[in-house]
Each structure stands twice: as C-alpha cells, then as structure tokens.
Design a protein around this ligand. Structure first.
Ligand code: HEC
Length: 258
C-alpha cells in the first residue's frame, strides 16, 4: 500500500483548561471578560433608555419594540412625539386639537388657523433652522407635513445600517468570549450549546427586526432572542471567571502531568 495514503497517527488531544493557563493568560481573560460584561450592561441601559416610553407608557415593553420597528400605523410621528418625548411642551387640550387636525387630513387651511399659532408659541424655538438642531423644521406647513404622515417605524435603510454594525460587532465579541470559554470544564453538550447560542440568538434577533417591520407580532421574537443572547453571555462570562480563579485540577487527573 502507498505510504502516502496512510492516515497520520495523531496524539490524543487533551483539551486545555483554565487551570492549565498561565497567570498572565488568566489576567488577560479576566480583564477582557469584565470589560465585555460591563459593555453588555451599558448596552442594556442604552437600549432601555432609548426604547422606554416609545409607546407613551413607562418601561420597556413588547409594544415599544413593535412600535420602533413597525411604527404606530394608527398614528403619525407628530402624534407619537406629542404623546411621548414632546408631551411636556404642550397642553392636553392643545394636543387634542392637533390630533383632530391630523385625523381630518392635516389640511393647510386649518394649519394656518389652528396649528401655526400654537406651534409658533410652543415648538418653533427649537424646531426651526435657527436653533441649529437636526430636528424637523416647524416654521412652515411643508416641514410639519413630513411628520404628519403615518408612522411606519424605523426606515429600512437605518435598519440595514444598524444590523450590519451589530452583526460585525457582536460576532467579534461572541467569538472572543467563546475563545476564552472553550477552556471551561463542562459536560460537552452543555459547552457546545452555550458556545453556539450567542451566534444563533443574534442571527434570529436581527432577522426578527426586519420581520417586525412587516408584522409587529415578531417583537416577541426580538425580545426572546435578545434575552437568550444576554443569558448565554452571562453564563459564559460567569462560568469562565469562576473556573479561572477557583477550579483546581483533581489530583491524579491528566492535567497534573506537567
Ligand atoms: C426644548 C426644545 C424643544 C421643544 C420646545 C420642542 N421640541 Fe420637539 N424635539 C426636540 C428635540 C431635541 C427632538 C429630537 C430628539 C428626540 O427625538 O427626542 C425633538 C423631536 C420631535 C419630534 C420627532 C421627530 C421624529 O423624528 O420623529 C417631533 C414630531 C416633535 N419634536 C414635535 C414637537 C412639537 C409638536 C413641539 C411643540 C409642542 C415640540 N416638538 C417642542 C426639541 C424640542
């Protein structure tokens, strides 16, 4: 038989564990895991403050997620803003006039009569080109018309932007955390599942953003997949940190050979 076709005889591979790592490696892994964990908590806080109350109610809810991606198709951006972030700038009664005006088709004639005086007094100090803010200009009917159309949520274009940033960023973080986590000593099935989970979860999560634009029911998928990502990272980080510093090799086990 041709010798070249003989399979090479490999030495049996004993996987490295945290207790085989040098102190220097342990410092490196620990610092990275702590900072990555902090980064994740910061992302959660950011998520909470930017989604909180989109639907006008406090707290992050399925409705907030649905409204962010699907929009509030029964209302307009102007109405959502007046019920949410801009609510404090207007009296309830005035808001009702605006909502009525929107429902009646947001006509220009009524705008001059009812809306303009109100907005000139309450909104234009910020919502004008003079303010230097990048927000809708309410000094003209045309400017208001832009936010008086039905709200269809975040645009497909900005979804694509956010998704590719998330895919690249999260894939890298998941990869790095996974590289450290591979040294953990765990039942194989559990370790494999936990290693794959963040990748699967982020794929489902981002796919569900797009699906939610189409049907708000997928807001549940967004939340569940996001939760799975957080859970799997939390487990990988905590298990690794624990084993780095506390897991010792059993006497007589192969790890004590060297
Ligand atoms: C003190 C400054 C200020 C005042 C007064 C103010 N706004 Fe705003 N408004 C902002 C800023 C800043 C943003 C952008 C940040 C955000 O979306 O929260 C904004 C955003 C909005 C948006 C969201 C636009 C979008 O992209 O969907 C609408 C609609 C809006 N304002 C309407 C109003 C109305 C109507 C009034 C008057 C009753 C008003 N605002 C008064 C500062 C102001």
């Amino acid at each position: 038989m041709n010798k070249k076709n003989q399979p090479e005889i490999c030495p049996t591979i004993v996987p490295r564990r945290f207790y085989n790592c040098t102190l220097n490696e342990k410092f490196l892994y620990t610092s990275f895991l702590l900072l990555a964990g902090l980064g994740y908590l910061m992302a959660l806080a950011y998520l909470y403050t930017s989604f909180d109350g989109i639907d006008g109610k406090p707290g992050l809810s399925v409705e907030d997620v649905a409204e962010n991606y699907y929009g509030n198709r029964s209302g307009t951006r102007l109405e959502s803003a007046l019920r949410g972030p801009m609510a404090s700038y207007i009296e309830v009664e005035q808001r009702n006039h605006v909502v009525e005006w929107l429902k009646s088709g947001a006509l220009q004639a009524d705008y001059e009569r009812i809306i303009k005086p109100m907005f000139d007094e309450r909104c234009v100090m910020c919502h004008s080109p003079d303010s230097g803010l990048q927000i809708p200009d309410f000094t003209s009917y045309e400017g208001i018309k832009l936010v008086a159309n039905v709200d269809t949520g975040v645009s497909l274009h900005s979804l694509m932007k956010v998704s590719h940033i998330h895919l690249f960023g999260i894939a890298l973080v998941a990869f790095a955390i996974g590289l450290v986590f591979r040294f953990a000593l765990l039942p194989a099935w559990f370790q494999y599942t936990l290693t794959l989970l963040p990748f699967v979860a982020i794929f489902i999560d981002i796919a569900a953003w797009f699906l939610t634009k189409w049907d708000p029911i997928y807001a549940y998928t967004v939340i569940i997949a996001g939760g799975l990502l957080g859970l799997s990272w939390a487990l990988q980080i905590l298990i690794s940190l624990y084993q780095i510093w506390f897991l010792r090799c059993r006497p007589g086990a192969p790890c004590n050979d060297k």
